[in-house]
Design a protein around this ligand. Structure first.
Ligand code: GRF
Length: 213
C-alpha cells in the first residue's frame, strides 16, 4: 500500500475528498502525513481530526530552502511514496522534485495548458477564464516537474462556463469535479495503472481519462 503525503495551503477540501475515498476503500493507499506551509489553515484541522500526523512550516518565518528541507525530512521520515499537492501554493525545490520524479501530483482548476502557470491560482484562474470568454474550463491532475503546471497530464475534466458565471460560481462548480478527479488519479496510481512515457501518461486498463460522473 502506498504511503501518501499531502501538502496543503488552505481549506483542504481536496484533502477531505482523498480522506473520504480512502475511508470508503476506493483508494488502496494511506495518507501518512499532511504538511502545510502556512499556519491556521483548515486543511491541518481536517488532518488532525482524522488522526493523521500534521506538520506546519510557516513559509513566512523561514526561507524557501529551509521550508523545502523540512518538507523533505518529513516526507522521508514517513516513507512517503506519493506526494499530492492539494491546493499547495509554495514552490517545491528541485531536490524534492528530483527525489520524487513522477511521484508528485497536483490538481489545477483549469484545463491545462490554458489558464495555468505562474500567477494562475485561486480565483485568478476563474476570473481569467471568464474575462477571456472561454466557453469551457475544468480541472487537471498532472505530475509535477520543474515548471509551473507543466508536467505530464494524468486526468482532465471539462466543465462548461455559464453565461452568468462569476469567478466564485465557476470555482465552486469546478471544485466539485476536483473532488472526483483527484481521488480517481490517486486510486489509479495506487493500483499501479499510471505509466509515464515522456510527456504522455498511459492509463492501464479501460479507463476514461475524465472524472467519474
Ligand atoms: C483547488 O481549487 C485546487 O485546484 C487548487 O487550490 C484549490 C484548493 O482547494 N490547486 P482546497 O484547499 O483543496 O479546498
Amino acid at each position: 500500500m502506498l504511503s501518501i503525503g499531502v501538502l496543503v495551503s488552505g481549506g483542504g477540501s481536496n484533502l477531505q475528498s482523498l480522506m473520504d475515498n480512502i475511508k470508503d476503500e476506493h483508494i488502496e493507499g494511506k495518507i501518512t502525513v499532511v504538511i502545510s506551509d502556512r499556519p491556521g489553515v483548515y486543511g491541518i484541522e481536517r488532518a488532525k481530526g482524522a488522526g493523521i500526523p500534521a506538520f506546519v512550516f510557516d513559509r513566512k518565518a523561514m526561507g524557501c530552502q529551509e521550508l523545502n528541507n523540512k518538507i523533505m525530512d518529513v516526507l522521508k521520515s514517513y516513507n512517503v511514496d506519493l506526494v499530492v499537492l492539494a491546493g499547495y501554493l509554495s514552490i517545491l525545490s528541485g531536490e524534492i522534485i528530483a527525489a520524487y520524479k513522477n511521484a508528485i501530483i497536483n490538481i489545477h482548476p483549469s484545463l491545462i495548458p490554458s489558464f495555468c502557470g505562474p500567477g494562475y491560482y485561486g480565483l485568478k484562474v476563474h476570473k481569467s477564464v471568464i474575462e477571456y470568454g472561454a466557453r469551457v474550463s475544468g480541472c487537471t491532475v498532472h505530475f509535477v516537474d520543474e515548471g509551473t503546471d507543466t508536467g505530464p497530464i494524468i486526468l482532465q475534466k471539462a466543465v462548461e462556463v455559464m453565461e452568468n458565471d462569476t469567478p466564485e460560481s465557476l470555482q465552486k462548480r469546478i471544485l466539485e469535479f476536483e473532488h472526483r478527479l483527484l481521488p480517481e488519479a490517486v486510486r489509479l496510481i495506487c493500483q499501479g495503472r499510471v505509466c509515464v512515457s515522456g510527456r504522455k501518461v498511459n492509463l492501464i486498463g479501460d479507463i476514461p481519462p475524465t472524472a467519474p460522473e
